[in-house]
Ligand binder design. Structure first.
Ligand code: ZN
Length: 285
């Protein structure tokens, strides 16, 4: 068991540096349906996600939840852009480029988790920039509230797609496909629909997250209905995507590369915590 550092909303106001031209999430305009939502279904094509031995392919589940999320958000009036809408592989850089093509947008990545330890379970939501914490808080609050799975918390971590996007960005790990119970949930249409609806609710109500200083919180206390979530700081984990894109990913992200990469493409923090070495800090983003 490692110790995690919990931080609270007080940090959010100014602890991290964010780019100058960024969209402000919190505020009355935050819930305006004209906001573009870029949905990123993780993995795809040769990259099935997860770990080699798992039976339920993550990339397929991700896409299904993403498509359901699109339908719900569209019914709310949002303009939705998908980084992929079929079972194809899209490089992380291309996903980021799509997200960064929109100024007044938010970015939501859909993943399921995996680990060799089948008892590991629960839902995690990742963010990186401070402007993304309200969105992460709202999504996590509703997804955990609407699912029977354990709450593994909001986590701050420098996944490539979170670090490189200039808009509020969140990555949801919707449960462990290597856990028999959660894999069973994930295979149910009703459950995937439920996940999509809760994520959409988080998107819609992200402006209701209490943020800022305690004085601000007092001011907004009457309207804020979603608590800003404490988070686990995992920014000390090395981001393998960065290493990969610098040294290895010259051109062949093809099949031979995929079989090598597969074990490390699971994003499970159980594995990382247990191995304790930053080299095990795998992810996909
Ligand atoms: Zn994944």
């Amino acid at each position: 068991m490692r110790k995690h550092l919990f931080h609270f909303g007080l940090l959010v106001a100014g602890a991290f540096t964010v780019g100058a031209a960024q969209t402000r999430v919190v505020g009355p305009e935050g819930s305006r349906p004209s906001t573009v939502v870029v949905i990123d279904a993780g993995h795809g094509g040769w990259d099935r996600g997860g770990i080699a031995r798992q039976l339920v392919p993550e990339s397929v589940m991700n896409l299904d939840v993403a498509q359901r999320l699109r339908a719900v958000l569209q019914s709310y009036g949002y303009h939705v852009v998908m980084t992929r809408d079929t079972d194809v592989f899209v490089p992380l850089g291309a996903r980021v480029a799509i997200a960064n093509a929109y100024r007044d947008a938010i970015f939501v990545c859909i993943h399921f988790n995996a680990t060799p330890r089948s008892s590991a379970s629960g839902i995690e939501t990742y963010f990186y920039s401070s402007q993304s914490l309200p969105l992460a808080s709202a999504i996590h609050y509703y997804v955990v509230g609407g699912a029977p799975s354990a709450n593994r918390g909001v986590r701050r971590r420098g996944f490539f797609v979170l670090r490189k996007t200039r808009i509020p960005s969140v990555l949801v790990e919707c449960g462990f496909l290597t856990n028999p119970t959660e894999a069973q949930y994930a295979q149910s249409v009703a459950y995937r629909q439920k996940l999509a609806e809760e994520i959409a609710r988080g998107v819609r109500e992200r402006s209701l997250v209490a943020t800022g200083t305690s004085a601000d919180n007092r001011l907004v206390a009457n309207t804020a209905t979603v608590p800003l979530q404490p988070f686990i700081d995992q920014t000390h984990y090395r981001d393998p995507d960065q290493v990969r894109s610098k040294h290895k990913r010259s051109k062949s992200s093809s099949k031979s590369a995929s079989s090598k990469r597969k074990p490390s493409s699971n994003s499970d923090s159980e594995t990382k915590s247990r191995k304790k070495k930053s080299t095990s800090a795998n992810t996909e983003g």
